[in-house]
Design a protein around this ligand. Sequence first.
Ligand SMILES: C[S@@+](CC[C@H](N)C(=O)[O-])C[C@H]1O[C@@H](n2cnc3c(N)ncnc32)[C@H](O)[C@@H]1O
Ligand SMILES: Nc1nc2[nH]cc(C(=O)O)c2c(=O)[nH]1
Ligand code: SF4
Ligand SMILES: [Mg+2]
Length: 216
Amino acid sequence: MYSIKEMFYSLQGEGAHTGRPAIFLRFSGCNLWSGLEKHRREAICQFCDTDFIGTDGQNGGKFKDATTLADTVSRLWPSNQQNRYVICTGGEPALQLDTELILAFKDLGFEVGIETNGTLPLPKGIDWICVSPKGRSTVVVKQCHELKLVYPQPDAMPDRFTDIDAGVRYLSPKNPYDSDHLIISEQSSTRACIEYCLAHPQWRLCLQTHKILKID
Ligand SMILES: C[S@@+](CC[C@H](N)C(=O)[O-])C[C@H]1O[C@@H](n2cnc3c(N)ncnc32)[C@H](O)[C@@H]1O
Ligand SMILES: Nc1nc2[nH]cc(C(=O)O)c2c(=O)[nH]1
Ligand code: SF4
Ligand SMILES: [Mg+2]
């Protein structure tokens, strides 16, 4: 059984695949925050911008097995079009994503990506791994295609992650989780990311372009 908050077709807004069409498969639940506002201040991850509680979102629900879930994802892809790509996110997708589901996606011609906080071991077969460390949590996923660090985080500054083998390293400005009038270029976190990247050129700037574009 898989618990899914929502699934939708959009463009990857962040990181190396920015602009790429993808199905976002948002799993319910996270190991670093309950998702309830009353617990935010005591959570390990305190700036989350996402509602991942329950199964009541767009195309959300409980799916009894891997083929049923993969079939539902597949129906969201434009008909007769290739380049299928599904991004497993959440919540924390590593709590639920397993080999069976990855194989079901592959059977339907999907490449599989994941957005993970890196605190849980991952099943084999994922085509694109994005690790985004959070606060004082311990990252166990030591190899990834991209490391995407939300910045600044006092307990998770960039020099803590030199041991992670990443294809590319990004700093992503910490955006307010509750603002309707976000101007990313004017945020102090954005200015801080730019300064850090200029001083440490192994890091690159990553923007949440879907928030600029106001798309899902
Ligand atoms: C909601 S998380 C879900 C996946 C996984 N739990 C994780 O944290 O990577 C998806 C992406 O949004 C980023 N994110 C969440 N809140 C953010 C914020 N306030 N500002 C910038 N990025 C944020 C995360 O770092 C992660 O890269
Ligand atoms: N467009 C778009 N791109 C994204 N990249 C990562 C997202 C996420 O919430 O994991 C996300 C999202 O929610 N929307
Ligand atoms: S780890 Fe990811 S899903 Fe969990 S609270 Fe943090 S940003 Fe949100
Ligand atoms: Mg998001």
